[in-house]
Ligand binder design. Structure first.
Ligand code: UDX
Ligand code: ADP
Length: 470
């Protein structure tokens, strides 16, 4: 038995809610999908006719938005109205790490979840299936259930009932549409069979049934945290070995290939880099550490905290290395930053290693010329705001960083270029052209192993590659 779903409401029009609902709308034409958010600008941007203004950049997303928006996909600030008309509500709000109070710096801040649950409790009508999409600490469904349970009738006296499911999203930014269209698995945790089957019936419109896993609600909540922790652990493992390779003459690319050839280890997520970024990995591991401590498992929490320690160390050692190679001083030296987003194919800068590397270099007195194909000047300004005073109209900081519109501009007069994001265009750099613009002796630091370093060397540039050295 399934319930006929006519209206879906998704609370939160961010990196998860926006693409996920676009794909649901594409495959479920008989369902009206309403994405709501309290952020007016974000909703205006989602509704913009200029698709370059969509609030997030994600390959393939604009094409789906053109086909669905205004038909069965709608973006609005009408949170209460859309909650009231929904048969199913997805909660896709942000759950960052708490900044103050108990658990500050570790636990997830659940104030947005709490608020959402209260809004749902107040405005929902009839029977509503509430689906947790955001990554949440284990047992959050209990909190949501308790809040929902506190108001049982509409003002007209109509009975309200709720069923809560956990359905974490495993999409990865930059490949979100492909991940949503062809997921490795769909995970649904819950207790009530009818609600679970109803959610399955939605996914079955495009996902083969054998890929849909059902578990109890706590396994589902925990599995999302643990997936991210395991992925992050692989990156810290390979990054720790990158440093060993630089010392010993081994080559991290060759080592990754060799170990990844073992099917038990697998090839993916073995690319060394400047440290993992993004809104999930650090937050989720911190949360895992917090939960383990809460349940009296300090050995487990210490184990996972090392994944974060290595990540921070990797980023820091790159900053330090740049200073060392440039003769111990960066004062008044120009450094081009190629890539500011935390990974390629996204404009997201949350927890990007570029932020801390730029801050370190600015503190050392460098002048940075920052270029990223998709990150805006305002976003770089937002991330570096604690560092410098800015003149936003001129795209120039009063002191020490400049937003460059092209890679060529970013390299003008530079003593060094640092590749921090693996954007495809950095694999095709014309080193002849770039070397002419730089000041000799010039350095290239490739933290993503993406550039043609042999060619760069042929043009007289000094090259340092992470996990290989110089
Ligand atoms: C991650 C998970 O992959 C996804 O399943 C979950 O839903 C959200 O968190 P995301 O943060 O978007 O997705 O990107 P991901 O591709 O996992 O990369 C995270 C960070 O790790 C990036 O900074 C990336 O550059 C880095 N990374 C990834 C590496 O340094 N090496 C790798 O081999 C892979
Ligand atoms: P994610 O990467 O998890 O999607 P984002 O920060 O990109 O996170 O998006 C979360 C969105 O949720 C934001 O746009 C925020 O304004 C929205 N949001 C948070 N709380 C509420 C709420 N109570 N009602 C509606 N929208 C909310």
């Amino acid at each position: 038995m399934t319930i006929k779903i006519k209206n879906i409401c998704c609370i939160g029009a961010g990196y998860v809610g926006g693409p996920t609902m676009a794909v649901i709308a594409k495959h479920c034409k008989d369902i009206q999908v309403n994405v709501v958010d309290i952020n007016k600008k974000r909703i205006n941007d989602w509704n913009s006719n200029n698709l370059d203004k969509l609030p997030i950049y994600e390959p393939g997303l604009a094409e789906i938005i053109i086909k669905t928006r205004g038909n069965n996909l709608h973006f609005s600030n009408l949170v209460q109205e859309n909650i009231a008309s929904a048969d199913m509500i997805f909660i896709s709000v942000n759950t960052p790490t708490k900044k103050s109070g108990f658990g500050a710096g570790k636990a997830s801040d659940l104030k947005w979840i709490d608020l959402c649950a209260r809004e749902i409790s107040k405005y929902a009508c009839g029977h509503t299936i509430v689906v947790e999409k955001s990554t949440l600490p284990i047992k959050t469904a209990d909190t949501i259930k308790q809040i929902l349970g506190s108001s049982k009738k509409t003002p007209a006296g109509e009975l309200k009932t709720f069923s809560v499911l956990s359905n974490p999203e495993f999409l990865s930014e930059g490949t979100a549409i492909n991940d949503l269209e062809n997921p490795d698995r769909i995970l649904i945790g819950g207790e009530e069979k009818e609600s679970i089957d109803t959610l399955i019936s939605i996914y079955k419109n495009w996902v083969p049934e054998e890929k849909i896993l059902t578990t109890n609600i706590w396994s589902s909540e925990l599995s999302k945290l643990i997936s991210n922790a395991f992925l992050a652990q692989r990156i810290s493992s390979i990054n720790s070995i990158s440093a060993l390779c630089e010392k010993t003459g081994a080559n991290i690319k060759e080592v990754s290939l060799a170990i990844g050839g073992d099917k038990r280890i697998g090839k993916k997520f073995l690319n060394t880099g400047p440290g993992f970024g993004g809104s999930c990995f650090k937050k989720d591991i911190l949360n895992l550490i917090y939960i383990c401590n809460h349940y009296g498992l300090p050995e487990v929490s210490n184990y996972w905290s090392k994944v974060i320690d290595i990540n921070q160390w990797q980023t820091k050692r790159i900053s330090r290395l740049v200073v060392e190679k440039l003769f111990g001083t960066l004062t008044s030296k120009r450094i081009g930053i190629l890539g500011f987003s935390y990974k390629a194919n996204t404009n997201d800068t949350r927890e990007s290693p570029a932020i801390n590397i730029c801050k370190d270099l600015l503190e050392e007195g460098a002048i940075l010329q920052i270029y990223d194909p998709k990150v805006s000047f305002e976003q770089v300004e937002y991330e570096l705001e604690n560092c410098v005073e800015l003149d936003s109209k001129k795209n120039i900081s009063k002191f020490n960083w400049i937003y460059s519109e092209t890679m060529e501009k970013a390299s003008e007069g530079c003593d060094a270029l640092i590749i921090l994001t693996e954007w495809d265009e950095f694999s095709k750099i014309d080193w002849g052209l770039i070397s002419d613009k730089m000041r000799s002796p010039a350095w290239i630091f490739d933290t993503r192993l993406i550039s043609n370093s042999k060619e760069a060397t042929n043009y007289g540039l000094n090259v340092w590659n992470v996990g290989i050295g110089d």
